[in-house]
Design a binder for this molecule. Structure first.
Ligand code: 5CA
Ligand code: ZN
Length: 415
């Protein structure tokens, strides 16, 4: 499907020496090199389930991985970036039924709002933006492949033999989240799984093809009419568009288990043991008043609402970047106000006729991002340059423009 439009970043002059670019890999629990040294980096970021508007938590996740994308681009790499849209799944059907809207119209409205929000936040679009609905045959093909490897079985409900993936067919199942069965079962239930369903081989096995029910949308396939389970959707889209062994699989920490664990397991079995992604990178959860912000809880601060009240999207972006992407934190009005103040100070500095030389601040921003996308340190470097430039009579006439370009290119902050 169509993504959204954002001007590509201005390329800065390459650095004389690059810092090693590392990110934290959830699977290995340590910093690892991010992407290749040259050529094309391959990124998959899990996209929205479009049943409600983009909130600050989603925005934080997409801005976090936008920094990853921008850092690769700055280093001269091409980036093959895939993002999905879960445009058919239970939460979408439930919300559509509750509000009396057609599920596909609800999805289209919310996807469109997401596009506008992402463009306002200066998030670079993925190179492939792919919906589940347009990927039905890919998903069915992947389920067939898994069937051939003996990794799929039918669970007979009343009269519906839904197809399940057998986790036991992947020797590495559990290696990403490293949860005990006791810890995994309630999380699985909370995040769309059905550990209690009778007839499953393992409570954590997940549905890969759900047969058609009355009143639910379904798609014809060699598996029977039905619709995909959630995890197989991302496994199928990522394998098709990027191939196994792509560089980074990304999303919020709430996707580590079951979603990314299951995607990786399904993909490993389908590809005879090839690793799905080289690294799994997760952003922290943003909350409100001590609780995770979530569509299901309804405690949301929406990007579109903030925009409607005249908040500058660049202030929202700066408020997000003030937290390291792996931090869990609470959104506050004070944080937004502080970001607005910072934006004004930066704007004032880049409008000076002359300022302090830009080399050092750009080097510091690049070094901060290369060290696990440390945006707060990059922001502090710009603060120091802006503060000193406004206080002292700098004599470098190129510096204001260069720093403005670096803020746009590296941080996605348009001044
Ligand atoms: N469609 C699936 C992924 S395939 C999905 O999880 N959709 S979502 O709309 O629920 O979430 C979209 C992204 O936002 C995910 O990466 C999720 O981890 C992230 N996210 C959701 N809530 C928060 C939050 N409160 N803070 C930070 N990130 C969040
Ligand atoms: Zn996903």
């Amino acid at each position: 499907m169509q993504a959204w439009g954002v001007d590509p970043p201005h390329r800065l002059d390459p650095a004389e020496a690059w810092h090693r670019f590392q990110v934290f890999d959830t699977a290995r629990q340590r910093l690892v090199d991010a992407g290749p040294a040259q050529g094309t980096a391959r990124l998959y970021v899990c996209g929205i389930t479009p049943y409600d508007a983009t909130h600050i938590g989603h925005a934080n996740t997409y801005v976090a991985f936008d920094l990853l994308n921008r850092t690769w681009l700055d280093r001269g790499l091409d980036v093959d970036y895939v993002q999905n849209v879960t445009d058919i799944d239970d939460p979408l059907l439930e919300r559509a039924a509750a509000t009396g809207v057609d599920w596909d119209q609800l999805a289209e409205q919310q996807i469109q709002l997401f596009r506008v929000d992402m463009a306002a936040l200066n998030v670079l679009p993925p190179t492939h933006y792919v919906g589940a609905v347009e990927s039905m045959s890919l998903v069915a093909d992947l389920v067939v492949q898994l069937q051939r490897r003996g990794a799929v079985y039918a669970v007979d409900g009343s009269d519906l033999a839904d197809l399940y993936f057998a986790n036991g067919s992947d020797p590495q199942f559990g290696s990403l989240s490293r949860l005990s069965q006791d810890a995994a079962i309630p999380l699985f239930a909370e995040r769309g799984g059905d550990p209690e369903r009778p007839g499953k081989k393992d409570p954590l096995d997940c549905v890969v093809w759900r047969l058609a029910r009355d009143g639910e949308p379904s798609w014809d396939s060699p598996l029977g009419a039905g619709r995909p389970g959630w995890h197989i959707e991302c496994a199928a889209i990522a394998l098709d568009r990027l191939g196994a062994g792509f560089d980074v699989q990304a999303g919020g920490t709430d996707l580590i288990f079951p979603h990314h664990e299951m995607c990786a397991a399904e993909a490993r079995v389908a590809t005879a043991g090839s690793e799905f992604a080289k690294a799994y990178v997760h952003s922290g959860m943003v909350g409100l008043d001590g609780e995770k912000m979530s569509k299901s809880k309804g405690n949301l601060v929406l990007i579109s609402q903030l925009r409607d009240t005249g908040v500058d999207p660049m202030a929202i972006r700066l408020a997000l970047l003030n937290h390291h992407y792996r931090e869990d934190w609470d959104w506050t009005d004070e944080g937004l106000a502080a970001a607005g103040g910072r934006l004004n100070r930066w704007r004032e500095a880049v409008r000076l006729d002359a300022a302090l030389n830009a080399d050092e601040v750009i080097t510091q921003m690049r070094a901060a991002l290369a060290g696990d996308l440390d945006a707060p340190t990059a922001l502090a470097a710009v603060d120091a340059w802006a503060g000193a430039s406004t206080a002292i009579d700098g004599d470098d006439a190129d510096a204001p423009g260069l720093v403005a370009r670096a803020c746009d290119s590296l941080l996605g902050i348009r001044l």
